[in-house]
Design a binder for this molecule. Structure first.
Ligand code: PLP
Length: 436
């Protein structure tokens, strides 16, 4: 199957949906191009007019097993016919335990573990933040500029990806502080040693506004997602762990986007050889069904009954999807993400030499960022060009999204084959050439 368009896009059916959407739907969403999705199958999305697109977004890193994987669909259908909801806050059901066992077996830190279920990434983050405060009895949190952790007020207090996400929502929660993310391509203040520069910022916080012994947790995206698909130096993450150990601070890994096999390991933090205390996951963990997961060392998740819960969190149908997703990841998809991601990165390595507006290609597994710049020397971001490339890719039947100041991100389902990766690169190459 290849990319195929049968009408101009958007076609007549899509236009009807777009008209209703413009009239009725919250204008806060940030759609870039008019894809009106009707059906998904594997690596492909079909729009309302039957046009077929190669999906390198996976519904924002969610459809890890591809669209409508037959085993996921079968598990959802079976579970929906048996028990749709009972609420794990007040009752018990087997799926909560079954998925917890599977997640615990993947954990990047030694057990025993405890698992909390919510419905989204933001809820997983809220659980992680609340748990850290509860356990440590400390008030403060430290996160990173350009980090994205969700839109609920607690998560938003840590989110600092884009000004528009926070504008007019103040006052946010007090006690949330930020330092620069160790971005090797654009080091803070032009520093030579990005690891040292960011650790210095942390130290400055400790000695000025935020006493270390009052910090509950540091919240880290092991690969920064919305902020630009930035891979931090391993040395930084390892040193951060040492600082946390020294100061009694919990390290929370926000694996909402980077986790569930996307980087070629189950959890991206494993690439850094670091064990977190708390992990927050969502997106790819249930193949498109809404599920947030926060898990921790059992000694850390020590809150008392009533401290935290969610009516829908860990819904049986979502957990049925998660259970099969975890099986598929383990059977082959994590491995495939590593292999096909490596192939893509290898092929993309030459792009800065061949495209004057590509500044850098970076990533792990199938979490790949391509930095679009006005000038390779100055590394000046060119968001307008980046957006033109995204649109040009769409016109050619390839779905991608932007991230960060001026990057493109490739985050296909983890079932992506080498051939599909090559097709995508061919289309993207055309799109970049047509847009420059
Ligand atoms: N954390 C990270 C790293 C994310 O990328 C996102 C969403 O993009 C979230 C948290 C919030 O997830 P959700 O949109 O499911 O609330």
């Amino acid at each position: 199957m290849s990319v195929q368009t049968v009408t101009s896009v958007p076609g007549p059916n899509a236009r009807r949906v777009l008209e209703g959407d413009a009239r009725l739907i919250s204008p806060s969403y940030t759609r870039g191009y008019p894809l009106v999705a009707k059906r998904g199958e594997g690596m492909y999305v079909f729009d309302a007019d039957g046009n077929r697109f190669l999906d390198f977004t996976a519904g924002i890193a969610v459809c890890s097993t591809g669209h409508c994987h037959p085993r996921v669909v079968a598990a959802i259908q079976k579970q929906a016919a048996e028990l749709i909801h009972m609420s794990g806050t007040d009752f018990y059901y087997e799926q909560m335990v079954e998925v917890a066992e599977k997640i615990s077996a993947t954990a990047p830190m030694p057990g025993p573990h405890r698992i909390f279920y919510g419905n989204s990434g933001a809820e997983a983050i809220e659980a992680g933040l609340k748990l850290a405060r509860y356990h440590s009895r400390r008030p403060y949190f430290i996160g990173f500029y350009n980090g994205f952790h969700g839109r609920t007020l607690g998560a938003l207090s840590m989110t600092s990806s884009k000004q528009t996400q926070r504008a007019r929502f103040a006052p946010l929660l007090p006690g949330f502080f930020h330092i620069s993310y160790p971005n090797p391509y654009r080091p803070p203040h032009g520093a030579k040693d990005v690891t040292a520069a960011c650790l210095e910022e942390l130290d400055r916080l400790f000695h000025t506004t935020t006493p270390a012994d009052e910090v509950a947790a540091i919240l880290l995206e092991p690969v920064q997602g919305e902020g630009g698909y930035i891979v931090p130096p391993k040395a930084f993450v390892q040193e951060l762990r040492r600082v946390c150990d020294r100061e009694g601070i919990l390290l929370i890994a926000d694996e909402v986007q980077s986790g569930a096999g996307r980087t070629g390991k189950m959890w991206a933090i494993e690439h850094h050889g670091v064990e977190p205390d708390i992990v927050c996951s969502a997106k790819g963990i249930a193949s498109g069904m809404p599920l947030g997961v926060c898990f921790a060392r059992a000694g850390v998740m020590d809150w008392k009954p009533g401290a935290h819960a969610s009516t829908f969190g860990g819904n049986p149908v979502c957990l049925a999807a998660a259970s099969v997703t975890l099986d598929l990841l383990k059977e082959s998809l994590i491995q495939n993400a590593a292999e096909v991601g490596g192939h893509l990165l290898e092929r993309l390595r030459g792009w800065p030499a061949n495209h004057s507006h590509v500044g850098e290609v970076r990533g792990l597994g199938l979490m790949i960022g391509i930095e679009v710049v006005a000038d390779q020397k100055t590394r000046t971001p060119d968001p307008a060009l980046r957006d033109r490339i995204v649109d040009a890719a769409f016109a050619r039947g390839l779905l991608i999204l932007g991230c960060g100041a001026s990057a493109l991100r490739l985050m296909p389902p983890l079932i992506c084959t080498r051939e599909q990766a090559d097709t995508a690169l061919g289309l993207l190459d055309e799109a970049v050439r047509a847009s420059a």
